[in-house]
Design a protein around this ligand. Structure first.
Ligand SMILES: C[S@@+](CC[C@H](N)C(=O)[O-])C[C@H]1O[C@@H](n2cnc3c(N)ncnc32)[C@H](O)[C@@H]1O
Length: 660
């Protein structure tokens, strides 16, 4: 979909020119394409030992690096392929860093935050929120005509993952957005490469990929090839009776046009095969030229076992470690020394880009008596770090951060005493640039391609359903222990999405707790106000447009003035209903929109309202991960595998005092 703004190293030119079709595999596709077609929501089955659902292995797209493949099994259309990914928001990076010119490879792996429903409250007023999703979506390649997996919007969730958002020192230290799952868009045979849809806009905005053909271009080529067939059968001959030389000569003519129109997307969609029967196959049964790489996109399962790394040895769940949020669990027995999961790495050459600063007012300009105030970052007052820091590996003597992606590797938690897994460098052939480890960060840090990879490897035998843990390092442990020791419960703050779940909770009146003062705003649903018989008064008196909840139902700001308990209906509330004045401004996408201001205008009092009338929304910048009290620390790369060449912050260990 066009929401997507991430990259893979798709070498379009090579892709379209280097691959040929092969009949036997096309047949295979035909069989699977006649499958059920029904939509299932069955969770992934626990793989048997030695079997793997999804492999990470060299892509079949030339120049595209690694790719994901259906493993020892086929997937039916509609089936979920793996467990849910995390989505980690990053905020206002350009504003905080103070200039545009920083290298942030994550940007190639991010989605617009507005496409994640739960982030709406954060993005409406927040410019430049990026949704970083280190899982499936970051690892999967795109081959537009063969897209076979799709993002499942319904499974995305916002929650504290079993941690109490009001009191836990873990609040804000991990992401509340998760459950981004992927479904098979068509029947996928075992061994086939998985392709997500980055959208044509992605390729259009990246000239470095060259003229990647879009679906429309394949359609034009299909027409061209159909004409070609008609020419050679025009006198009623069967194609087989026509001299192959003649057929081939005409095909050559078509294909050689690329010499003239080399940068045309359509020319690049012409199959370059010299196998005439393959062209016939493409034109039959509605496949079309977009299928020209179908066969080469399927690898043998034996080859994948030999050359790939399994991505589905782990599944997602709520961690057994207190305050940790989600975790990764073994879906099969994993023997000591085996790879638990592969983790390609996004590099950030300078961790300072994660620093968040306090605001200050500057550039007070007087123009005809007007005073223009500019809010800018105060670079002398760092106040917090981006949440992404907690999902990256670093080292005390280096500015570098390496953030793992791949399936569920960002879920893996810390155990300093008895971890069952450790990180190690992947084999050289699994990394695009293993040589970076011998080179200073300055020489490769700004490269806009992921080039390194860790393997998570079992330190001992791991039983199915055991939680996977690594040692984040001594410095992380000390920092966490200090955080827990000095953590004070934030004043009465409970995230709005948790309050909405607590339907039995007796709510305080405005005299007992002023919700806004703790970062939450209270609303009343329109439906209940209609039932309470006050909606017509509201609508008569109001001047502004209605506000909406996440699901776009109308809501009104409200305050509880009195609580009563009746025998029949339990707890009920007397409530003041307001509307908020709006001002016109621009949203994150540059579109003009009406934003509510804090001034409230009283509309009516409603009586006898039940708990269900209320809807809580977090105020912008108030969710746990925005709070300066939330824990931040990178996971640490062990000294024995950290390259000397990357030590650009050489200081004595004692000078660091376990700081970030
Ligand atoms: C790489 S993430 C791991 C996934 C994370 N649990 C989640 O739900 O998104 C690292 C974060 O997990 C949490 N975490 C990991 N191990 C922990 C532990 N042993 N105790 C408490 N929190 C932990 C911390 O919030 C840490 O910053």
């Amino acid at each position: 979909s066009s929401e997507i703004s991430r990259k893979a190293d798709v070498d379009a030119h090579n892709t379209t020119k280097a691959t040929t079709t092969n009949k036997s595999k096309i047949n295979q596709s035909e069989e699977s394409a006649t499958g059920s077609g029904e939509t299932t929501t069955t969770p992934i089955a626990t793989p048997k030992r030695g079997k793997c659902d999804i492999y990470f292995a060299p892509s079949t797209i030339p120049g595209a690096g690694m790719g994901m493949f259906a493993g020892d099994r086929a997937f039916s259309k509609g089936e979920f392929l793996a467990d849910g990914d995390l989505i980690i928001p990053s905020y206002d990076m350009t504003w905080h860093v103070g200039h545009q010119n920083y290298h942030f490879l994550w940007e190639e792996y991010t989605w617009k935050a507005s496409s994640f429903e739960g982030m709406k409250e954060e993005v409406e007023h927040v410019k430049n929120v990026k949704a970083c999703s280190p899982g499936f979506g970051s690892a999967v390649n795109c081959n537009l005509p063969l897209v076979n997996v799709k993002d499942n919007f319904e499974s995305r969730t916002v929650s504290m993952s079993g941690v109490n958002g009001s009191v836990s020192p873990g609040a804000g230290a991990f992401t509340i957005y998760h459950g981004r799952r992927w479904k098979a868009k068509m029947d996928i045979p075992a061994g086939m490469e998985l392709y997500g849809n980055y959208g044509s806009g992605y390729f259009r905005s990246r000239p470095e990929y060259g003229p990647v053909p879009f679906i429309a271009n394949y359609k034009i080529v299909d027409k061209l090839l159909t004409k070609y067939r008609r020419i050679i059968t025009i006198y009623g001959f069967k194609p087989d009776l026509i001299a192959p030389d003649w057929r081939l000569g005409l095909l050559d003519l078509l294909q050689n046009m690329t010499a003239i129109w080399d940068d045309s997307r359509t020319m690049n969609a012409i199959p370059q095969t010299k196998d005439l029967s393959a062209i016939d196959w493409l034109l039959e049964n509605g496949r079309g030229s977009g299928f020209q790489h179908y066969n080469t996109s399927i690898r043998s399962v034996e080859w994948l076992r030999e050359n790939g790394r399994c991505m589905t040895n782990i599944y997602d769940g709520i961690s057994r470690i207190p305050h940790a949020g989600r975790g990764a669990f073994a879906s099969t027995f994993i023997a000591k020394g085996e790879i638990v999961a592969p983790a390609p790495l996004i590099h950030i050459p300078n961790r300072d880009v994660f620093t968040l600063y306090a605001e200050k007012i500057s550039n007070v300009e007087k123009t005809k008596g007007n005073v223009a105030k500019n809010i800018v970052p105060d670079h002398s007052r760092p106040i917090h770090q981006q949440l992404l820091l907690n999902y990256c590996f670093g080292h005390r003597e280096s500015s570098l951060l390496l953030c793992p992606y791949g399936l569920l590797t960002s879920h893996i938690n810390h155990d300093g005493k008895n971890p069952n897994t450790r990180i190690q460098w992947a084999q050289d052939e699994h990394m695009a640039y293993p040589e970076w480890r011998e080179q200073s960060i300055d020489s490769w840090g700004s490269q806009e391609k992921a080039g390194l990879s860790f393997d998570f490897v079992a330190l001992r035998d791991i039983e199915p359903h055991e939680e996977i843990t690594i040692d984040y390092g001594h410095e992380w442990s000390i920092a966490w222990q200090n955080h827990v020791k000095y953590f004070r419960k934030p004043q009465n703050y409970t995230p709005a999405f948790e309050l909405n779940e607590r339907i039995d909770m007796v709510l305080p009146t405005k005299d007992e707790l002023h919700f806004e003062s703790v970062g939450v705003r209270l609303f009343c649903h329109e439906d209940h106000l209609r039932w309470a018989g006050v909606l017509h008064i509201i609508e008569k008196n109001m001047k502004e447009a209605k506000e909406e909840d996440w699901h776009e139902n109308p809501v009104f700001p409200c305050r509880i003035i009195h609580r009563t308990k009746s025998q029949s209906s339990g707890q009920s509330y007397v409530v003041e209903i307001f509307e908020r004045a709006k001002r016109k401004s621009y949203d994150w996408d540059g579109r003009s929109k009406w934003f509510p201001m804090n001034q409230e205008v009283f509309l009516v009092v409603a009586f006898d309202l039940p708990r269900e009338v209320f809807y809580f929304a977090d105020e912008v910048y108030q969710r746990p991960h925005h709070r300066p009290w939330s824990f931040r620390h990178d996971m640490r790369i062990p000294d024995d595998i950290f390259p000397e060449a990357w030590k650009n912050r050489k200081m004595k260990r004692s000078q660091y005092k376990y700081t970030r």
